[in-house]
Design a protein around this ligand. Structure first.
Ligand code: C2E
Ligand code: CA
Length: 455
């Protein structure tokens, strides 16, 4: 985390310098205060905290909680001026101080992070009560001139002596709790041995993922799932990634895709599957005289890449397939996070004839008015909305609402996760144009796909 040794050396050097120059006591105190406090927030700095933690951890009879509070992505987006960010940081400091006390709140090495101690607090319920109040307070709107800005925070907490015996372990465990909290795969913020284990398993898996990618995508392959029209004719397919990790076996995409996303590796994997899928669709189009299209998933991280438009266009050029052969699937999250930039990129995709699908429609947070601004072709209705069909009236109502949205905005519709004939029938009756699901086939290898659906 911090160059703590460096700070200690600094303090020593300062003392030595003061002695040499025979500075008076008052001046020494002033200089020490400057060295120990953050100039923006006025908070004590991390090296002071480390010294204190070392002292506190000598006595196991005196429990305490240690926490890291990190401002969320919305804070990072405030790029207006550095001064504005400083003011907001200062305001956040004043908001947090009442909950922990000035002496227990510290500035981290990161400018968007605070560290704190809750002395004497050992009960998880008490930690939760305090942290929840802190989170609520940080998220409150700001006064003018910053009233247009809101941001929140994520917190990770580890308890002494329950979770750690050393300062390094305490900081690491709070960091693990924070990391998992930020990934939203866990809705708590206090460390536990279980989340520690999950973290290390993920870390090993991520290491293996990186190694396999570097090793020419070792263990990766692509499977294809048919998409049919109302007459059950296969018109397209979705390319889905599979990974057999060496010494581990098949890892579910639901596990390795988030890992690839959080580590940034998805950019390489995404490019890899794009080229694989385009090459495959070119082969099928040639071999079976078919105009089959292939759908490739684009992660939000890929969408954020500045060269994503170039990546897609170059792939189409190099493989020499028309843009009409490609569909790109984007989740609501990918689309809504940075709408203006995304719209611009989507327009560029569409200029090449590429179709855009909104994946997992209904599970995200698209507002209807926002939807209308995006050049989307197809809404992919998430499996959870069709699961209840045909019996659940509620599911049927939801499907009807979605179909009516699609009609209003002129989107095509595709329902995924269809397993039963009676689900198929209801969806077609409600006007859904395309169906994907085990009812036709699970995702399968390319050769089997060609044999079964194209010949
Ligand atoms: P998704 O894009 O929503 O993909 C559909 C998932 O539903 C696939 O799971 C598919 O196998 C499964 N599925 C399809 N029909 C049925 C059905 O009738 N019943 C049931 N129970 N499941 C069905 P899969 O392949 O495990 O992928 C899971 C998720 O992983 C995908 O969800 C997608 O978000 C992600 N993913 C997979 N491959 C890629 C990829 O190449 N790039 C990116 N960014 N994400 C990928
Ligand atoms: Ca998809």
């Amino acid at each position: 985390m911090a160059p703590d040794g460096e700070q200690k050396n600094c303090a020593e050097e300062l003392k030595q310098c003061c002695i040499e120059r025979e500075l008076d006591r008052e001046r020494i105190v002033q200089l020490e205060s400057l060295l120990n406090h953050d100039p923006d927030t006025g908070l004590l700095q991390r090296h002071v905290l480390t010294r204190r933690l070392n002292g506190m951890m000598k006595d196991e009879r005196k429990p305490f909680a240690f926490g890291i509070l990190r401002l969320d992505k919305n804070y990072q987006r405030i790029r207006h001026t550095r001064d504005r960010m400083k003011v907001l940081l200062y305001v956040t400091t004043t908001r947090l101080t009442p909950f922990v006390g000035e002496a227990n709140l510290y500035q981290s090495d990161r400018s968007d992070e605070f560290l704190f101690i809750l002395p004497g607090v050992s009960k998880e319920s008490e930690v939760e009560r305090i942290i929840n109040s802190m989170i609520t307070k940080v998220a409150e709107p700001h006064n003018p001139p910053a009233s247009d800005l809101t941001f929140g925070c994520n917190v990770g907490v580890a308890l002494f002596p329950k979770h750690a015996k050393s300062v390094d372990e305490l900081e690491m465990n709070a960091e693990i709790a924070l990391g998992i909290y930020e990934e939203k795969s866990w809705n708590g913020f206090i460390y536990s041995p279980e989340i520690g284990e999950a973290h290390y398993t993920n870390q090993n898996l991520e290491f293996s993922l990186r190694k396999c990618i570097l090793n020419n995508f070792e263990g990766f392959h692509v499977v294809y799932q048919p998409i049919v029209d109302q007459n059950k004719k296969v018109t397209a397919c979705e390319a889905l990634m599979r990974w057999d990790a060496p010494g581990y076996g098949a890892v579910s995409p639901d596990k390795f895709i988030p890992l690839a996303e959080s580590s940034g590796l998805i950019v390489y994997l995404g490019k890899w599957i794009l080229y694989k899928a385009l090459r495959q669709v070119k082969i099928w189009r040639g071999e079976y005289k078919s105009d089959i299209q292939v759908s490739v998933n684009l992660s939000p991280i890929q969408m954020e890449q500045r060269d994503i438009v170039e990546t897609i266009h170059t792939a189409l050029d190099l493989i020499k397939v028309p843009g009409e052969a490609l569909h790109l699937e984007l989740t609501e999250r990918a689309v809504m996070e940075n709408p203006d930039e995304v719209i611009h990129k989507l327009i560029k995709f569409k200029e090449r004839g590429v179709e855009i699908m909104l994946d997992d429609f209904g599970t995200g947070y698209s507002s209807l008015s926002a939807l209308n601004n995006f050049p989307i072709d197809t809404l992919k209705i998430a499996k959870e909305f069709v699961d209840g069909l045909p019996d659940s009236l509620e599911s049927l109502e939801m499907i009807r609402v979605m179909m009516s949205i699609a009609r209003t905005f002129g989107f095509k519709t595709l329902a995924e996760g269809i397993e039963e004939q009676n689900q198929f029938d209801v969806l077609i009756q409600e006007g859904c144009q395309y169906i994907q699901g085990y009812i036709t086939s699970p995702p399968i290898a390319a050769t089997e796909f060609g044999d079964r659906f194209l010949s």
